[in-house]
Write a protein that binds this ligand. Structure first.
Ligand code: FA5
Length: 341
C-alpha cells in the first residue's frame, strides 16, 4: 500500500507540473481527491490494513496529500501571474470619465467675471436670514401685503428681539442693507450671488434657486448708469447685438422700479414664436428707495443708487442654444442630461 501511495503521489506531481491551465489543474484535483479519486479510494481502503500499519500509512498518506495540494496551489498562482504579466499594448485603453462643473456653477462664475470687469465686488450673505434684512429694512414692514410675493419659508425658532423671525432668504436683496452697513461710506459696487428659497415648484420655479443681485451706490448715480450696466451684461452674457429695455413695475425697495426685458436672440427684437413681442423678461431692477438707504445708514440726500436682482437659472435658460424645458431638471441627478452642458 505504501508503494501505491508513493506512486500515486509522483504521478500527481508530474501531472501538475506539466498542466498549463486552471481547468487542467482542477481536473487533476478531481482525479485524485474527488469522490472517486485515486487518493480518496486509498483512504477508503485503509481500514483493511492492521491498526499499527494503518497509523504508519496514514502519516505517509497525509504527507503525500499535503505535497500534492501545495503544488496545486503554487501552480495555480504561477499560471495567474504569467497571465497578468502578459500585456497586449495594442488593446485600446479605458478612458476614465472626466466630470465638469455644474451648469449653474459655470454660469455663476461667468456672471462674477462679467461684473468683476466693471469693478463689482462679489459678496455673499446668509441664506438663513433675519426677517429684518429680507423684508423690514427693504421698506416692507410687518404684515405689508407686498411680502406675499416672496412665498417665504419661516424657520421655527424663537424671534430675535431686534431682527425678528428667521427665514430662508427668498431673494438676494437681503444683501443690500447688509452691504451698506459693512461698507459704511459709498461707493458700493456689489454683486451678491447666492441661493434663495421659495415655496414654489413648476417648470419655471424651483424651491431652491439662485439670484444675482447688483447694488451700486455713489453720488450722482442715475437710471442712465443702470441702463448702461444692464446693456453691458446683455452683450457680455448673450452676445453682441443684444440690448435691454425697462418697463415700469413696482418693488417696495426701489423707486422707480422696473422689469427688465432683453431683446430676443432668435428674431433680434422683431417678434417671433419664441418671444412673441421681440422681448424676453429677465428680472427686476430700480433705483434704491431712500428708506432702504436710511436703513443702511446712508444719507439719501447725498447718495443715490440702483439695484437689480435676477435668477441665475433664468438667465441660463434664456441662452437660446441651451435647451432647458424645466428648471427643476437642472437640479436632477440625471448625468446623461447634465453632462451635455
Ligand atoms: C426679486 O426677488 C427682487 N428682489 C429683485 C429686485 C432686486 C428688484 C433689486 C429690484 C431691485 P422677483 O421675485 O421678480 O424679484 O425675482 C427675481 C428673479 O428671480 C425672477 O425674475 C426669476 O428669474 C427668479 N426667480 C424667482 N423665483 C424663482 C423660483 N422659484 N425659481 C427660479 N427662479 C426664480
Amino acid at each position: 500500500m505504501q508503494e501505491d501511495v508513493l506512486n500515486i503521489k509522483n504521478q500527481a506531481l508530474a501531472q501538475i507540473m506539466s498542466a498549463d491551465s486552471a481547468a487542467e489543474l482542477e481536473q487533476i484535483r478531481i482525479d485524485y481527491f474527488g469522490r472517486n479519486g485515486r487518493f480518496t479510494n486509498i483512504i477508503k481502503n485503509i481500514k483493511r490494513v492492521s491498526a499499527d500499519e494503518r497509523k504508519r500509512i496514514g502519516l505517509i498518506i497525509n504527507e503525500a496529500k499535503k505535497s500534492i495540494e501545495e503544488l496545486l496551489e503554487n501552480q495555480k498562482r504561477n499560471l495567474r501571474e504569467s497571465v497578468r504579466e502578459w500585456f497586449d499594448p495594442t488593446v485600446p485603453g479605458q478612458k476614465p470619465e472626466i466630470g465638469h462643473l455644474h451648469p449653474i456653477t459655470k454660469t455663476i462664475n461667468e456672471i462674477s467675471r462679467i461684473f468683476g470687469r466693471i469693478g463689482f465686488e462679489r459678496a455673499r450673505y446668509p441664506e438663513v436670514e433675519w426677517d429684518h434684512f429680507a423684508f423690514e429694512a427693504l421698506n416692507m414692514p410687518k404684515n405689508h401685503p407686498a411680502r406675499d410675493e416672496w412665498e417665504t419659508f419661516f424657520i421655527d425658532v424663537p424671534e430675535n428681539s431686534k431682527y425678528g423671525k428667521t427665514v430662508l432668504t427668498p431673494h438676494t436683496s437681503n444683501g443690500q442693507v447688509r452691504e451698506m452697513l459693512r461698507v459704511g461710506t459709498p461707493p458700493i459696487r456689489m454683486i451678491n450671488i447666492a441661493k434663495c428659497y421659495r415655496r414654489q415648484s413648476d417648470i419655471s420655479h424651483a424651491p431652491m434657486f439662485h439670484q444675482f443681485e447688483g447694488l451700486v451706490i455713489d453720488e450722482d448715480i442715475s437710471i442712465v448708469n443702470l441702463k448702461g450696466t444692464l446693456d453691458y451684461f446683455a452683450k457680455s452674457f448673450y452676445g453682441e447685438g443684444r440690448t435691454t429695455r425697462l418697463r415700469p413695475y413696482h418693488f417696495q425697495f426701489t423707486e422707480p422700479s422696473f422689469e427688465i426685458d432683453i431683446s430676443c436672440g432668435v428674431c433680434k427684437g422683431r417678434g417671433c414664436k419664441v418671444c412673441k413681442s421681440g422681448w424676453l423678461e429677465l428680472g427686476g431692477a430700480g433705483m434704491v428707495h431712500p428708506n432702504v438707504l436710511k436703513a443702511g445708514k446712508i444719507d439719501p440726500v447725498k447718495y443715490s443708487g440702483f439695484a437689480f436682482g435676477w435668477g441665475v437659472e433664468r438667465v441660463l435658460m434664456m441662452k437660446e442654444e441651451v435647451g432647458i424645458p424645466d428648471v427643476r431638471m437642472i437640479y436632477g441627478t440625471d448625468l446623461r442630461y447634465l453632462s451635455q452642458f
